[in-house]
Design a protein around this ligand. Structure first.
Ligand code: AIR
Length: 176
């Protein structure tokens, strides 16, 4: 066989020869979306930790500690479903848009906070029943207030004062 008759060698990976699309070829809307994503604050919290009173902080800060140890960004806010209902509603309505993906809410006594938050957002809400100075039956009042939600408006409920478990569950939801 002469040199002229030898079969031409072709690259195995023909895709490598195809032109690589440049960013300039993107439709305008896609380019705009890409720009918006790049502007997003990468430090934004993924988990919100809410509580009904400053007096709940010693129990609830265990959730923040657990999330921080797992490298999960969170923000902590005090807001009462009974004392500041409008603040709670506004926070819950805006949480998803702000990039929050799970909400942990702890309260004692008639613990409405997790349920009211769940009424205003589609995000998963984890309630933490807390003992308080005037709790009935060691926090049974808050446990029932959080667990006994009406059908269609679920709140996950961890054990009394077990904010750490709420953080572990939040981490599992984020990883799912
Ligand atoms: N609480 C506050 N607003 C509504 C409720 N259920 C709860 C708090 C706290 C308890 O009442 O979550 O556990 C007592 O609050 P404070 O402020 O009197 O110490």
């Amino acid at each position: 066989m002469s040199a002229d008759e030898e079969p031409r060698l072709v690259p195995v990976d023909t895709a490598a020869e195809e032109p690589v699309p440049s960013l300039a070829d993107e439709p305008a809307s896609l380019a705009a979306t890409r720009a918006e994503i790049q502007e997003l604050d990468v430090d934004e919290p993924q988990v919100a930790i809410l509580m009904g009173s400053k007096s709940d902080l010693p129990a609830m800060e265990k959730a923040e500690t657990e999330l921080t140890e797992r490298g999960i960004r969170s923000e902590t806010r005090v807001m009462s479903a009974h004392r500041e209902p409008d603040v709670v509603a506004d926070y819950a309505k805006n949480a998803k848009l702000r990039g929050i993906r799970v909400i942990i809410a702890g309260a004692g006594l008639s613990a409405a906070l997790p349920g009211v938050v769940a009424a205003h957002t589609e995000l998963p809400v984890i309630g933490v029943p807390l003992t308080s100075r005037t709790s009935v039956a060691g926090g049974l009042d808050a446990l029932l207030s959080i667990a006994q939600m009406p059908p269609g408006v679920p709140v996950a409920c961890v054990g009394v004062d077990n904010a750490r478990n709420a953080a572990v569950l939040a981490a599992r939801i984020l990883a799912a």
